[in-house]
Design a protein around this ligand. Structure first.
Ligand SMILES: Nc1ncnc2c1ncn2[C@@H]1O[C@H](COP(=O)(O)OP(=O)(O)OP(=O)(O)O)[C@@H](O)[C@H]1O
Ligand SMILES: O=C(O)C1=C[C@@H](O)[C@@H](O)[C@H](O)C1
Ligand SMILES: [Mg+2]
Length: 156
């Protein structure tokens, strides 16, 4: 969360004239509910299944799919992502992510403010993120710089 997937995906798609779909937004539209409401009413496991549906149903060429930060937790989601295209991990350390998301109230898994639990969540996901095809360090780098780097990678 806060690594810049939605923001960078939008900017990159604009530059490349690609389509972009964000799984969180897709789910909110489909359900007519905010992510926080889905977590509250149906729980995280149900939300992860909605992410699987999003990955299966979002299709097209010249397409960037940006995901929620926890999509990698389910095996099936990682399998679908691998089968669909190149996976990019936008890397940042936890302090940087929390700085970016200070005051955010839309991400249910960050609302308890318990640093130890958040650190555990981060650590438990790292191994999955590191399986990505492309890893970009975003710390101290502007969105424009990251977009330029991704454009170069996509052309090669
Ligand atoms: N490289 C960056 N430098 C500084 N701020 C950034 C950078 N990338 C993103 N941000 C800021 O961090 C915040 C979170 O970004 P964004 O919503 O794109 O994250 P995300 O990866 O989509 O998170 P989530 O997994 O929760 O969907 C935004 O305010 C965005 O402007
Ligand atoms: O990292 C996560 O588990 C999440 C990230 C957000 O993008 C949303 O998908 C939701 O808040 C859960
Ligand atoms: Mg996002």
């Amino acid at each position: 969360m806060g690594s810049g997937k939605t923001t960078i995906g939008q900017a990159l798609a604009k530059e490349l004239e690609y389509n972009v779909v964000d799984t969180d937004q897709w789910i909110e539209e489909k359900m007519g509910l905010k992510i926080s409401e889905i977590f509250q009413e149906k729980g995280e496991a149900y939300f992860r299944e909605l992410e699987t549906s999003a990955l299966k149903e979002i299709e097209g060429s010249h397409m960037i799919i940006t995901t929620g930060g926890g999509i990698v937790v389910n095996d099936i989601n990682r399998q679908i992502m691998s089968s669909k295209g190149k996976i990019v991990y936008l890397q940042a350390d936890l302090n940087e992510l929390l700085r970016r998301l200070e005051g955010d109230q839309s991400r249910p898994l960050l609302q308890h403010k318990d640093r130890e639990r958040i650190q555990h969540l981060y650590d438990s996901r790292l191994g999955f993120y590191e399986q990505a095809d492309v890893i970009i360090n975003t710390k101290g780098r502007t969105i424009a710089e990251i977009v330029t780097q991704l454009k170069t990678i996509m052309k090669s």
